[in-house]
Design a protein around this ligand. Structure first.
Ligand code: SF4
Length: 384
């Protein structure tokens, strides 16, 4: 029986070094391989000219660099690009590239669906299918980076920031997430700064502590409510890890974090969590935990409506009043700019088009041969 080839996107540097040693090769070959694959975007071992021919032949029989098939690609008027990737078994995940003047951010998925089931989240309503492998998480970045370099005709790195804020709760897929994060940070991989790689969680407390030990990167926490009573209803995981436990974990995390604050994401829901008393309760909550060392910023997010939620977006004057109350209390607060909403790529909208599995499977079948490099290349400056 022929062995299934190993996907080299599944490995961080240590994993690849172990694989090379298993082939009877020196560890430094892993560094060369990592550079070819991740820095140059080369998948064909035959093109890796500084590898010995004997190694290339060994690799050709035993390993692949497995890209995810692209089901669709949409580009927003504001330059945001969303890809839907086929991960098999009728499942698809989305990644979104958000260009800005001083950075290029890729929002990456960690699971097909999500088991947490937050009330306001389109992915949560889809249900959970499975964890992505490390290779499937990395393949989103690998594809996007090298596609964008060609698309924008850039020799420079295009993606400067990665946020694990796509589909799924990344800390519920920790063992696969960790090598992917290490690869993002590795100078032979993507060489991203720890401050520019963000894991967003709805509050898996034990895993926040593990992340602090294993690979501290920037941390964003989906808070969305100032009391357990309300948060239990919006973010069901709160029943397991209530607010005080979560904020204590955030304070501990700061001891190893690359930034000196935690970002709290707060989705503004009309008549649910957006009143002045909610802002005052948040201020009180944050002040109570400041004594433990908690420092934070708030990011207020406009809710992107979808019919099944039964929720509505807060009117902008109320969002601004909420922002002012927090700001006047000395808490740095921003209102997140909505990006890509004309292609359903805004925060919380991911998987909106993936909810109907039958429809997605039909689309996958139709679009398996989608042209990856459309002829129309919009004139837009590269981000670096
Ligand atoms: S907000 Fe995050 S954790 Fe909550 S359901 Fe959506 S993807 Fe899952």
């Amino acid at each position: 029986m022929t062995a299934v080839p190993v996907n080299l996107l599944d490995f961080d540097l240590d994993g690849l070094a172990a694989f090379c040693e298993g082939l009877g090769e020196k560890r430094f070959r892993a560094t060369q391989l990592l550079r070819w694959i991740h820095q140059r975007g080369v998948a064909d071992f035959g093109q890796m000219s500084d590898l010995a021919r004997s190694l290339r032949e060994k690799l050709a029989g035993r390993a692949v660099t497995a890209a995810l098939p692209v089901v669709s690609q949409h580009e927003s008027r504001d330059g945001t690009i969303k890809w839907l990737f086929d991960v098999g078994g009728g499942n698809a995940v989305e990644s979104v590239f958000i260009p800005e003047d001083d950075r290029g951010t890729l929002c990456v998925s960690s699971q097909a669906g999500c088991a947490v089931g937050c009330r306001f989240c389109s992915t949560g309503h889809q249900g959970f299918s499975r964890n992505l492998s490390t290779g499937e998480i990395v393949a989103q970045l690998w594809f996007a980076e090298h596609f964008l370099r060609r698309h924008l005709q850039s020799q420079e790195r295009v993606i400067s920031n990665v946020v694990m804020m796509g589909m799924g709760e990344p800390l519920q897929n920790y063992d696969r997430l960790l090598p992917a994060l290490r690869l993002m940070l590795d100078d032979h991989g993507y060489g991203l700064s720890r401050r520019r790689v963000t894991v967003s969680t709805c509050g898996v407390v034990p895993m926040i502590d593990r992340l602090a030990r294993d690979c501290p990167v920037a941390l964003a926490v989906s808070l969305h409510a100032p009391t357990d009573e309300l948060r239990d209803r919006l973010v069901p995981l709160n029943r397991k890890y209530p607010l005080d436990e979560l904020l204590q974990a955030c304070a501990r995390y700061l001891a190893s974090a690359p930034r000196d604050f935690i970002t709290f994401e707060y989705c503004m829901l009309d008549g649910v969590n957006d009143a002045p008393e909610h802002a005052r309760a948040l201020i009180e909550l944050v002040r109570r935990h400041a004594a433990e060392g908690l420092r934070c910023k708030f990011n207020l997010i406009a809710f992107n409506q979808f019919p099944q939620s039964g929720l509505a977006r807060s009117p902008m004057p109320r969002v601004l009043a909420f922002c002012k109350l927090l700001g006047d209390a000395g808490i740095v607060t921003t209102v997140r700019k909505t990006r890509g909403d004309d292609i359903d790529a805004a925060c919380g909208q991911l998987a909106g088009g993936v909810q109907d599995r039958t429809r997605v499977q039909e689309r996958m079948a139709r679009q398996r041969t989608v042209a990856l490099y459309p002829a129309r290349a919009p004139a837009r400056k590269a981000v670096s």
